[in-house]
Ligand binder design. Structure first.
Ligand code: TNX
Length: 635
């Protein structure tokens, strides 16, 4: 009797080793069933047939498991003799298509000594493998090999497929350069969360990053600027002969390598060449391309645009001259080479934020307007975009651009990336054009995600909670025109991979879920629980992430008699917030926030900290009263 009890106890503790599934993105359906699956050194991966894609997926999984666990896992063909001591992970391409799961879906069953991932296409197997790995403890992500006798995942049956086919992240490599290895790492992190488009913002005012063999100055001149740290637009302008040492570019071989690396992981790479605005790096290389004679230099993040309530003007002409035929000859060369390098069906031509103030003074543009009967400068931009659209089409690609390409008339067949909210997406979908949704108020990953006083300087805030409210299909729009969406990481204030990761995670968890999971997956509190599990996985993988979800939200409001009232809240549930005004550090024995508080006379700083279950979870935020008054609009 005692022995049986002991055996039962052991069994229960063993099976309870398997953690609760905490998957991101949430699968379409998940059922816990059977006992947990065990991975050990005798485990084998069995493929249903000798299909090269299938074998590649099997090797991909065995390689991952080898580096993390040290187990040498054999890949065998179904029917070949098995090691009886071992458990089996079977990968299978459906002979008869499973219509429910489509091109990227999969089913996964794991229990006891057998797991099987089935899909119609290799991409589905790849996503099934990502899910399977997420079912194991965090050490399966560890950078260092973790030695254990066996690993377990809970017994499950999962059916899963994406809501959208376009699930992207945009990386701006112009404002700051990211090496080839860093871009690969960015892709590695994306695919764990089932992203499948890398939108690569390759050119901008601060640097041209892609080798164009027929126009070598684009990179020999256009890829280099003066190094600066500090706040964009506030940095010291370069001195006339200051060395231009900051930058870099990808050779065409580098590009091919990255495209292949992405393809092996089912990621399409969308190249962006941003014209006719945001073109200062190109103009620095070939000054004949803008309409304002002069010499130009790649921008080093110093101020060169003037933003005002009515819009913006360029202080330096960073635009291409749409009335100059040479411009189109250059673009033909550039887009021709780009089309050769990138297999994806779309090329992004930018089109955003093109200042018109230099165009307005340009005689050749005036002539063009008369000749082509263009009534304003929006129509001039539209003329440019349409002509470029023809070039892109000639090179066998479809054009996509930022929502400004709607202004003055949308080019035939063009897809629109809606960034200034939903508006552009709604308009384009009504015109029956394909749309990718990237509304800045939900998915701009350059916006700060916590208390602005502590975060990198940027003009807007976007907390993960708000990102989780992203809904890719705007009301009243036919979903068939919405290809999907993206999170966009602009990098004016993001100088390297670690800070890029910090800005991306955890908000890209929320975006991944909105793009993959069914529309009804919207339980935020439950999502937060999974996010916390994944923080540990990112830590194991040495991927940086923000912890700003724990930071109290501080709001300063003007109360009666110009008093400043402070409101404290949090973006996740279950936190207790403590504060001080007396220059000492608050802990959980200090006043706990329950209702708005007035700033006491002579206070210098507000200090705030969040606890959960008696333990500190947030940073301590020290914020000057002068700043709080500024926010409340009180002198
Ligand atoms: C607007 S979004 C831009 C970028 C900036 C970004 C900063 C878009 C199409 N253009 O050039 O980097 O804002 O948030």
């Amino acid at each position: 009797m005692k022995k049986t009890l002991l055996a039962l106890f052991l069994l229960i503790t063993l099976s309870s080793q398997a953690q609760e599934p905490a998957l991101i993105p949430q699968p379409v359906s998940l059922e816990k069933r059977g006992s947990s699956f065990e991975l050990n050194k005798f485990t084998q991966i069995e493929v249903s047939e000798k299909n090269p894609d299938l074998v590649r997926m099997a090797r991909f999984l065995s390689q991952h498991l080898l580096t993390k666990t040290g187990f040498q896992i054999r890949v065998i063909l179904a029917g070949e003799p098995k090691d009886n001591k071992g458990t089996t992970i079977s990968l299978s391409l459906n002979r008869k298509e499973d219509a429910a799961i489509g091109e990227e879906g999969y089913t996964l069953e794991a229990s006891g000594s057998y797991s099987i991932i089935r899909a119609n296409k290799p991409a589905g197997l790849f996503y099934g493998i990502q899910t399977f790995l997420q079912l194991f403890p965090k050490d399966i992500e560890s950078v260092e090999m973790v030695k254990k006798d066996y690993w377990t995942c809970p017994g499950v049956r999962i059916t899963d497929y994406p809501r959208f086919g376009w699930r992207g992240l945009m990386l701006d490599v112009s404002r700051h350069f990211f090496t080839k290895e860093e871009v690969k790492r960015f892709i590695d992190d994306m695919v764990k969360y089932k992203y499948n488009v890398l939108h690569w913002h390759l050119t901008d005012d601060q640097g041209w990053r892609i080798e164009i063999k027929s126009l070598p100055k684009l990179t020999s001149v256009g890829a280099w600027r003066v190094p600066r740290v500090g706040r964009v637009s506030y940095v010291t302008p370069p001195k006339p002969d200051e060395p231009r040492t900051y930058g870099g570019f990808y050779t065409q071989d580098d590009i091919k390598e990255i495209v292949q690396y992405a393809k092996d992981r089912f990621v399409n790479v969308l190249p962006e060449i941003d014209v006719p605005g945001h073109s200062l790096a190109m103009v620095a290389a070939y000054p004949e391309l803008n309409g304002t004679p002069g010499t130009y230099q790649v921008n080093s993040l110093e101020k060169f645009m003037n933003w005002h309530s009515g819009g913006f003007d360029a202080l330096v002409d960073n635009t291409l001259n749409p009335a100059n035929d040479t411009v189109y000859q250059y673009l033909d060369k550039i887009f021709g080479e780009v089309a050769q390098l990138f297999p994806f069906e779309y090329i992004h031509m930018g089109g955003d934020e093109c200042a018109k103030n230099f165009w307005a003074q340009n005689a050749s543009i005036k002539k063009l307007m008369e000749k082509e009967n263009l009534k304003d400068l929006h129509e001039v931009q539209s003329y440019f975009v349409k002509r470029l659209g023809g070039i892109i089409q000639k090179h066998g690609k479809k054009m996509i651009g930022w929502d400004e390409i709607l202004e003055g008339g949308l080019a035939e067949g063009a897809a629109v990336m809606s960034w200034r909210g939903d508006k552009g997406g709604i308009e384009a979908a009504k015109l029956k054009h394909p749309v990718v949704m990237t509304p800045n108020q939900f998915v701009y990953l350059d916006f700060n995600q916590g208390e602005a006083w502590l975060e990198p300087p940027i003009y807007a805030n976007l907390r993960m909670k708000k990102t989780y409210q992203f809904e890719p299909v705007p009301d009243g729009v036919d979903p068939k025109f919405i290809l999907g969406g993206q999170g966009n990481l602009w990098t004016e204030q993001v100088p390297g991979l670690r800070s890029a990761q910090y800005m991306v995670w955890p908000r890209a968890f929320a975006i991944a879920e909105k793009l993959w999971s069914p529309k009804n997956a919207k339980d935020y509190n439950q999502f937060v629980k999974r996010v916390e599990v994944h923080f540990e996985r990112l830590d194991a993988a040495q991927t940086k992430h923000a912890n700003t979800i724990y930071d109290p939200i501080i709001v300063a409001k003007k109360g009666e008699n110009d008093k400043v009232m402070i409101e404290l809240s949090s973006e996740i549930e279950g936190l207790d917030i403590y504060y001080s005004f007396d220059e000492t550090h608050p802990d959980n024995f200090y006043p706990k926030y329950t209702a708005p508080v007035a700033i006491p006379l002579d206070a210098i700083n507000l200090k705030v900290v969040a606890y959960r279950s008696g333990k500190p979870v947030s940073r301590q935020i020290d914020i000057p009263v002068t700043e709080l008054k500024r926010r409340a609009g009180v002198k």
